[in-house]
Design a binder for this molecule. Sequence first.
Ligand SMILES: [Zn+2]
Ligand SMILES: [Zn+2]
Length: 644
Amino acid sequence: MIHITLPDGSVRSYEANVTPMDVAKSISEGFARNVISASFNGTTIETVTPLTTDGSLVLYTWNDKAGKTAFWHSSAHVLAQAIEELYPGSKLTIGPAIDNGFYYDVDFGEHTVSEKDFKAIETKMLEIARGKHDFNMRSATKAEALDLYKDNPFKTELIENLEDGTITFCDHSTFTDLCRGGHIPNTGIIKAVKILSVAGAYWRGDENKPQLTRVYGISFPKQKELKEYLELLEEAKKRDHRKLGKELELFTFSPRVGQGLPLWLPKGAALRERLENFLKSAQKKAGYEMVVTPHIGQKELYETSGHYAKYGADSFQPINTPKEGEEFLLKPMNCPHHCEIYNNSQWSYKDLPKRYAEFGTVYRYEQSGELHGLTRVRGFTQDDAHLFCTPDQLDEEFKNVIDLVLYVFGSLGFENFTAQVSVRDPENPDKYIGNVENWEKAEQAIINAAKDKGLNYVIETGEAAFYGPKLDFMVKDALGRQWQLGTIQVDYNLPERFNLTYKGSDNELHRPVMIHRAPFGSMERFIAILLEHTAGNFPLWLMPTQAIILSISEKYEKYAEKVLNLLENNEIRALVDHRNETIGKKIREAEMQKHPYMIIIGEQEANENKITVRQHGGADLGMISVEDFSKIINEEISKTLKPF
Ligand SMILES: [Zn+2]
Ligand SMILES: [Zn+2]
């Protein structure tokens, strides 16, 4: 008998050579029908692999990430078979599962494959899938493997790098592929397939090596799921922040200024300013003080902080002065500067905590191929702050920072989020700086704070930074995608490196604890996520223009100006569209610009001293007074933007 431990901690006994699928069936037939993959003692195995020792078994369904990986990995084999049948002479290379689907890199030889061929590939894949072929793993000697691929230099290269005795193949139907395993039981589970795109890719990512064609695909156990996924892709395309940023005239890039360096247009700059003012006002109430530091710092500063040793080689290289021979770095982070601000005075425990905040612009080198809109840039502004406190104050400070982060999320419409507490790996104490007692205190402070604030959190062991534990917030956007926003980190390292001290009640010098935090992360990335989350329909308090005034003809221009003045007196951001265009055209463009309210002015409105109001998206509020309209706007704002 062997003993199998399941994820819920229960232990079951079976005859040796029981398979994961047998175990699933012994739990319930219904559950077993959904099981598509398994892992044993942390290693992915087949659902038909005989188990011969005691160990921990995890059974996965489509709803698990590991289940999807097995599903897409298996689908890549089916894609490869379809390609081999449709394009004889093609040479297969590698074909992994990815976050959303799978790809296969292929040397198509004389064939070219483009979008018009996708349908044929999909049809062939589904035809193979319907055959319900089992995936079977088997071992092969190096000689056998080399013989099978004697006409394929790519697989030959892969096999030559493998040890004889470790080589395995996967067979299904009439097809064989070099593979390490991890499949769904059979091809029949694959019910829906879509080839998404093709792209050029170099063998092994090396531009000096042959160019291959990468075929991207995705597959699902249900047709309905494919349909939903494709709708999501369509919606994501519409919401792409690069597209919306252009349409809403928020930001641009100029090749002359340089790639990865966003230029904020007036409307975008106004948006940033409103976000900054919003956070500044909450921070002020939370006892933060604003500081300002330069965009460069001496190389030595980052040697002291340890950043240079860790990131120096992969960063923008030092800037030299022409005469003095000094070396400066573009600021990659604000922390060392803030440590020096702390060091400007000798603090007593009674002065702490000190909370320094700065919208600090930092520069980090990213390879040009990695740059992406506002989410991967080379220069960005962090909504940064560093808190310096005594170890006893850590608990409360941490809770206060969580309050601030939750306030930010709430005011911006991010309601769906989880938190991750990253703690030490207790097995590896050498990996971390600082004493065990402080670490325990800090980890407990974070967990207590998360509990106290009712956060939905998970604890990840071994995920802490070497200098301290942290709390990360993961938000889910309107399309169900996860983004990491808002980090709070405890740091024992920099106070040590910068010799930060405070005088305790015992009159001795002590080390303060430092907290790094940024609720937005960076203004650039945050605005990108907010754009995609809201499709540009920001909360009303944040909209660049809250109402646009459209007059039916020039005759009512004067009344339009009067309405504008009244709205401005009520602190509503409004504009008049003065152009001599038809009202129909003005309305269409205002919809495109996502102005939340349109105010239409004609003869009746001017005579009765009223306005006709239309909401973005079509709802009609009818003819009302400016006062009533102002009330509606202010009520809507107060629903999302509450005082901190
Ligand atoms: Zn495989
Ligand atoms: Zn920092």
